[in-house]
Design a protein around this ligand. Structure first.
Ligand code: NCD
Length: 473
């Protein structure tokens, strides 16, 4: 197995073994930073940053320079033809014809995937809206592993804006991949989106305990702990834990607390109005005094605003500047592997990656996420809506660009009715009739209006309602 010519769009693009191999190479490079400049000589990397960045852009560019390669950069949409209405797909084709690799940050979720689809060169996602930021996750994991030796069975607390924090979204899956338990401490109103939690348990196994106040005693110092993810790979006290035991278990210590700033640039008008900022307590020495934080690594992707007190900078538990520094060797290893300048032995994975049937039609639903690249006006000509059918009961589709999921209300079958307009019928997706439709024949509709505008008529199974989660059978 090799990483040559691959792209890194979400953290799922790398297996456990590949990440381990990458870390080994990062270690080697970190120990001999000045000896790597022959590796990528003659190679060019485009660094396209259409959202603010200090660390990510500069550490990628430093990494490429240290490998002896060259960098071209565009850091302002206004200075590129995107401002003239050029599509990301066209830009990707052009830039891909100039360089050997593209690193892109963009506000639209799924933008990096479009670049990977059209550029013909390896692409690294340096942050696509609130979706993912896989290289930040690599250096976060690398840091935890360096400090704690392993990730297996650790308890990692995620704190703050868990709704829009893309570093959080990538980190959740990586922690699960490495067998860590996750404690969720969201700012009230900024909880982890449901589609991410669903993917977590569906694809990584484990259990999610969700309660309003799992840890009520901690309320005055922390955001309330609103959920715990229990890894399947390390049988642990936590796994058998009824709520009462949680506090006892937490007293044994949290291994890392990953703090994030409120991602105000992504707040809706309503969220801005709610002054979520006011509810953002500061992580400081006082908070970290209690027993469970005695050996806790204090992490942050940076930039911090007010949520992390400066008095912690000299505290040996603080990791955030180390994290940022480690971004260089980790990104050097990644670039060298994707460009084929280095090869590493990658162990064969035990479990094959999960594959889902794909839903792709010329007409039909668009992704419900307004920030998804597939619904942006300049992109709709190039980016065809495409979904993975991740569940049949309830029928659930997941956008291949931004990974938002949705449960369509109505369905029809291409097999039963194709060509016979008089009998084109649509059914409630929750009806037993709908479940008889083979996945490859599915046609889905977000509303009955959509179905009827395509010439489908309601069947007698159209009124069956979805049973909402938690309602009695
Ligand atoms: C993060 C990002 O851009 O998502 N920063 C980074 O890359 N180090 C976190 C943030 O902006 O809050």
């Amino acid at each position: 197995m090799t990483l040559v010519n691959r792209s890194l769009i979400t953290i799922d693009d790398l297996s456990y073994g590949e990440i381990e191999a990458l870390f080994k190479l990062a270690d080697e490079m970190a120990g001999a930073m000045d000896e790597q400049h022959g590796l990528c000589r003659g190679k060019i990397m485009a660094s396209l940053f259409f959202e603010p960045s200090t660390r990510t852009r500069l550490s990628f560019e430093t990494a490429m320079h240290r490998l002896g390669g060259n960098v071209i950069t565009a850091a302002d949409v206004g200075a590129t033809s995107l401002a003239k209405g050029e599509s990301i797909a066209d830009m990707a084709k052009v830039v891909g014809s100039y360089v050997d690799m593209i690193v892109i940050r963009h506000p639209w979720e799924g933008a990096a995937k479009v670049v990977a689809d059209y550029s013909g060169v390896p692409v690294i996602n340096a942050g696509d809206g609130g979706h993912q930021h896989p290289t930040q996750t690599l250096l976060d994991l690398y840091t935890i592993k360096k400090e704690k030796k392993t990730l297996k069975g650790l308890k990692i607390g995620l704190w703050g804006d868990l709704k829009y924090g893309r570093t959080i979204h990538s980190l959740i899956f990586a922690l699960a991949k490495f067998g860590a338990n996750i404690l969720f401490y969201p700012t009230p109103g900024l909880e982890v989106p449901e589609h991410i939690l669903e993917k977590l348990t569906l694809e990584y196994g484990g259990e999610l305990e969700k309660h309003k106040s799992l840890d009520p005693a901690a309320k005055e110092k922390l955001f309330p702990l609103d959920a715990i993810y229990l890894t399947p790979s390390s049988p642990h006290q936590l796994a058998m834990m009824p709520d009462v035991n949680i506090q006892v278990e937490l007293k044994t210590g949290i291994d890392a607390l990953y703090v994030t700033r409120p991602q105000k640039e992504r707040f809706t008008t309503a969220e801005k109005g709610k002054e979520l900022r006011e509810k953002y307590p500061v992580v400081d020495k006082k908070l970290l005094k209690s027993k469970e934080f005695r050996r806790t690594l204090v992490m942050h992707p940076l930039p911090r605003v007010d949520e992390l007190a400066r008095e912690l900078d000299a505290d040996p538990r603080s990791m955030y500047f180390k994290q940022a520094a480690r971004g260089v060797p980790v990104r050097m290893a990644l670039i060298a592997l994707l460009l084929g300048a280095k090869d590493v032995a990658i162990p064969q994975e035990k479990a094959p990656p999960i594959t889902y049937p794909v839903y792709r039609r010329d007409y039909g639903p668009r992704c419900p996420n307004p920030r998804c690249v597939s619904v942006q006006e300049t992109e709709v000509k190039y980016v065809r809506p495409e979904f993975k059918v991740v569940n049949r009961r309830p029928l659930t589709l997941r956008c291949i660009y931004c990974e938002h999921g949705f449960e369509p209300e109505y369905v029809a079958s291409s097999d039963w009715h194709e060509g016979k307009t008089a009998t084109k019928k649509y059914h409630s997706a929750a009806s037993h009739w709908a479940r008889k439709i083979r996945t490859e024949n599915l046609i889905v509709f977000r509303s009955n209006k959509d179905a009827e505008s395509l010439g489908f008529k309601p069947s007698r199974y159209v009124k069956v309602r979805h049973r909402r989660k938690g309602t009695p059978k």
